[in-house]
Ligand binder design. Structure first.
Ligand code: ZN
Length: 424
């Protein structure tokens, strides 16, 4: 592998992915704007023109904002890599670590580099998140968070990130340096163990840091949900209502955790919008994902892809051309593991972008299966009316560009979902 060849391949992939993203979003904006004037015939009786136009305006506003963010992110990525940003940060971190006691220099330098890189990335993202939350979401009446809560969330997120993220990063960096040529296998094992731990403790330890969870008190709904779960052969350790309305008007329901720690969580926003039988249908859809083992399959896929990723990193980290081709000079007298890790995380998604349509395709197939399960265990009509209400409340467009939807949509467009639900 020659550095120049890698530089060219990376630049070409970045240009191609940016152009494709730009093309898709422009299509989406044009298509949605062109269909703004009229509610599609299939929804004429159930969706008002006002709601349809709000959805169109919301989609266009978000997509236009997305175009700006797209250009910005491509420039930042180019800045980190080929234009030498990470290389400059690396020299600085190396220099700064010389102030540490000698035994700490190697790890101190590497953790410092990762920490400053992550911090810089968050700062670059911050204005975009503020604008998205307090301008766009606000303008369409979805935002419920305040600046105070926004920054409190950020501080908590940072604390959780440092407390949980730093030890695992340090451990992986240590393995990279100390575990020999098969370090990537050990690192993969550590990373998987860490992910499983997060999945187990997320519902009971992490999520409560950000939201309040209270047992479901609506007895009629509780009875309905418990009957559904018994019918489907599920046990959960509790039914909870989460105060999602503190931050956003968007509604949701999920089933989280593993084994005995499993719990059903309803956003309070969902319960205020849907009636009992609609909530039951939405939950039946979530249970469908479990019944069809979609969650397990996704976890297994994630394990397999991580293994391939670590194996690839194990090889790339040995190649000087990997660093040079992405705009960084490998260190001669310090470990290169943190540098390799960051470059890999920067460049990987650029190449990985091109499998998006494949992932979207399989995700939509899973959604259809879960819908079919919900239709069998609860009611297709209730799920349809729930989906329509949620769609309208989230101002989802009913007229997405077909190519855009094929490429990105993890859930089938509303028209296709409702058609499939009514088909039996
Ligand atoms: Zn689903």
């Amino acid at each position: 592998m020659s550095p120049l060849l890698l530089s060219l391949a990376f630049a070409a992939a970045l240009a191609a992915s940016t152009l494709v993203k730009f093309w898709l979003s422009s299509r989406q904006i044009r298509h949605v704007a062109a269909h703004r004037g009229q509610v599609p015939a299939a929804f004429a009786g159930s969706v008002t023109l006002v709601a349809h136009q709000k959805a169109a305006d919301y989609t266009v506003a978000r997509s236009r904002f997305g175009l700006l963010a797209l250009a910005f992110n491509a420039a930042v990525l180019l800045g980190w890599t080929l234009l030498g940003g990470l290389n400059a940060l690396n020299s600085w971190a190396l220099e700064a670590s010389r102030m540490l006691p000698e035994a700490w220099q190697g790890m101190g330098y590497q953790l410092g580099l990762v920490a400053v890189f992550v911090l810089a990335g968050s700062l670059l993202d911050l204005p975009w998140e503020l604008w998205s939350t307090f301008r766009i979401e606000q303008a369409f009446g979805f935002n419920r968070t305040t600046l105070k809560l926004f920054f409190a969330d950020m501080a908590k997120g940072l604390a959780v990130g440092v407390l949980m993220g730093m030890p695992i990063v340090a451990f992986i960096l240590w393995l990279m340096g100390a575990a020999g040529p098969l370090w990537w296998l050990w690192a993969w094992g550590a990373w998987m163990g860490f992910n499983l731990l997060i999945m187990v403790i997320y519902p009971t330890v992490i999520a409560p840091l950000f939201n309040k969870f209270e047992p479901l008190t609506d007895l009629a709904l509780k009875d309905r949900v418990e009957k559904l779960m018994a019918r489907c052969g599920f046990a959960a350790k509790g039914l909870f209502v989460m105060d999602g309305s503190r931050r956003s008007a968007h509604g949701n329901a999920y089933f989280s955790g593993f084994g005995p720690a499993k719990r059903v969580v309803f956003f309070d926003t969902l319960l205020t919008k849907l009636n009992g039988s609609e909530v039951e249908a939405v939950l039946a859809h979530e249970l469908g994902h479990f019944k069809h083992k979609h969650i397990t399959k996704r976890i297994v896929l994630m394990f397999a892809m991580s293994l391939a990723g670590f194996a690839l990193l194990g090889w790339l980290a040995q190649q000087p051309a990997f660093y040079l081709g992405l705009g960084a000079t490998p260190n001669l007298d310090a470990p290169n593991d943190a540098l390799a890790l960051i470059l890999f995380l920067l460049a990987g998604p650029v190449f990985g972008f091109f499998v998006t349509p494949l992932a979207s395709h399989f995700s939509r197939r899973d959604e259809f299966q879960a819908d079919a399960y919900a239709r069998a265990q609860a009611s297709g009509a209730d799920l349809s009316s729930a989906l329509l209400k949620l769609h309208e409340d989230n101002a989802g467009t009913l007229t997405p560009d077909p190519v855009y939807a094929r490429f990105y949509y993890s859930h089938p467009p509303a028209a296709e979902r409702l058609a499939a639900l009514g088909a039996s």
